[in-house]
Design a protein around this ligand. Sequence first.
Ligand code: HAM
Length: 426
Amino acid sequence: MTGTQKKTALKAPKGVPDYVPPTSAGFVAVREAITSAARRAGYGHIELPIFEDTALFARGVGESTDVVSKEMYTFSDRGGRSVTLRPEGTAGVMRAVIENGLDRGQLPVKLCYAGPFFRYERPQAGRYRQLQQVGIEAIGIDDPALDAEVIAVADEAFRSLGLTGFRLELTSLGDQTCRPGYRDRLQAFLAGLDLDEATRERARINPLRVLDDKRPEVRAQLADAPLMVDHLSDQSAAHFAEVRSHLDALGVAYEVNPRMVRGLDYYTKTTFEFVHDGLGAQSGIGGGGRYDGLMQQLGGQDLSGIGFGIGVDRTMLALQAEGIDPAAGGRVDVYGVALGAPARAAMVPVLAGFRRAGLRADMAYGDRGIKGAFKAADRSGAAVTLVLGENELASGTVVVKTMATGEQNAVPLDSVVAHVTGLVAR
Ligand code: HAM
């Protein structure tokens, strides 16, 4: 084969986004904003496997969910074990908490994770097969104040990015004492409706899912459907009322949506979704809730839990819809333009000095000419450009140009880091 044959360029798998510069800076900023909101509330980092035993998700997320029955990337490894790329994070966190005995230490266990998740969904705007989430979980204490904390961390994360066009929808899915009775009541109601075969089947397996049907002819029939929030046990009703009063005290606005349906089976009591109105069909930018039976279901103690998963990809789209650049401020703080090989050689240790001082610094490498170098300085978004030519080199100085004003000053090379640090900090 000759080296000149052109090969077809390979593409990323369908529904799998890349994040490359300059957009990737926004991706990192979004992930950092969410994880730092979690850190401020005392959530510690947990790093989880990307794949787990398939049984974990079947047992933890629920076999009747679309996520488990239709969307999992499941395969046999070379040892013949069935493994699955994680479709969500909560089941893996519970497995790790049990396996590492964290549930026997100080409660609640508060954990935060970030990374890719995999769902074989039909790709469309805002719906990917590799999606990115930041999630938090608070395990082991059943206190409505903790529900409010989890919700407030998400709210705070979105607000810290400057987002305003989102709503928080909230409901309660009840507990083991009131859920079965409500399910029977809803199934009896659905049995009296004029529904197609597929919807009847859904009503049999997961009647709550029918409440979310988008077709007008079905919706019209559901107007008088019984709602879980009207049939809560005393304990669940009191819990829900307390969560709401904590949110009121925190100034976190919400609307109760008693028809909310989540795609995962483990939810109990408080359940919520953050919805952004600028995103079209895939409007959920984050969601979560309580999952009080999950740990026991996975073979651990009977401990409660609550958490959220925020979609990093969708948060990026929401920011774009609001015209916000989460990485505003450029790629670097300082950009070096050196004219000629001796000046370039002198610029290299100057940049290293800036980096040691905590500033982001880059320079025009190679012999690309003054025009190209200044263009690169502009594109970098640097607040300050350093210009080093033969004359400056001879006198031991460097020209410091403040990009916003165009102001230029010659500064001694050996004090330029201190000088510019003062400028950038202002
Ligand atoms: P989830 O609602 O399935 O919950 O996913 C959380 C968020 O991930 C969604 O609100 C959405 O922003 C994003 N997301 C989900 N699927 C996709 C997709 N195909 N493409 C792009 N973004 C997507 C969970 O995963 C739960 N584990 C959350 C949780 C934690 N509940 C309790 N603790």
